[in-house]
Design a protein around this ligand. Sequence first.
Ligand SMILES: Cc1ncc(COP(=O)(O)O)c(C=O)c1O
Length: 411
Amino acid sequence: MPTREQLAEWDAADPLAACRARFDLPTDVIYLDGNSLGPLPHAVKASLRRTVEVEWARGLITSWNRHQWVDLPEIVGGKIARLIGAEADEVVAADSTSINLFKLIAGALALRSDRRVIVSVVDNFPTDLYVAGGLIQLLGQGHELRLVPVDALPAAIDPSVALVMLTEVDYRTGARHDMAAITAAAHAAGALMLWDLAHSAGAFPVALNAADVDLAVGCGYKFLNGGPGAPAFLFVAKRHQADFHPALTGWFGHAEPFAFAPGYTPANGIRRMLCGTPSVLALAALDAALDAFADIDLDLVREKSVRLADAFISLVESHCGSFDLRLASPRDTPRRGSQVSFRHEQAYPIMQALIARGVIGDVRTPDILRFGLAPLYLRFTDMWDAAMVLQDVLEREDWRRPEHQTRAKVI
Ligand SMILES: Cc1ncc(COP(=O)(O)O)c(C=O)c1O
């Protein structure tokens, strides 16, 4: 278990330490929820001001061309592509993750029209499962959503499967799937593979093309720091683009939107995956937020994430071990994303007591305390300080206070 002095030495030697200054973080907070909503990058403030006051106010409608608003989905997609091991023309930023899931699942089922099964795990993020279920109902062609526990996944991927759909990092436990191995298993059965990168993009290097992945989606507001409700992204491997049928055939995915033709002809390439008018202010924010990653080596990000997590686990276990906290994340580092979760029966009030003391994480039902570790702005000493606050909250039983029992709408 490291001492605070050792952790301060690690901070002093940290090649990513200077990146913290890129973010507008409150000084009295240890922010361990960047896996849910990333903090505000300073660059976003300047970019939004420029977009609103110059491009919108002065440029008015001419800014669609003059300031490239029309190309923002591809410009932003290109920046995300570098972080997820894709080519720039395989990614666009648009819509929400849920809507992008709909587009990709629908297109995947059309590409495997002789098959009727979508495989996922019971613990996948609910929106992924809800969207797949809703689409199956809409299609009315007898598709089946086959949900299995993680360890039953290999057996569930058989030649009836059209699509395997998984979130790379489990939102509750932080457990990480083996992307290359599962994608290979899906392909061996003749299925397509769709990864949800909500908890991966910006947290560690992702290698979509190296793993031969077909399709992917992810959020802009988590580790990418694009702001609340930021546009999401989607990836379609180049080999599928020409045959990929956009289920949401809106005019921004048309080959010539401004020809105003009555019939729909999809654009060439990834642009066909767009639907309606891009959300320019939100894309401008995400675009500027991504610049925080422009000079960043994601291998360094991963290395620091692992050290942050290992330090936090050992500090919590040694200082809070007598309080019935159980590690919910894999101990084995390659199997872990960039978050650490613990189980406790009183997870909700404990987290409220932590937040009241300036240590912000979140909870997931039924009993998970989640701590997201974003290496661009967290310090090793934050791991010490957060663990000490947790110990104090548990020792003094702060969480028993009535104000920590009331459930808010968003947890
Ligand atoms: C794995 C995963 N997918 C999707 C989403 C959310 O999708 P949306 O942005 O459409 O609400 C989340 C949100 O936390 C998530 O964790």
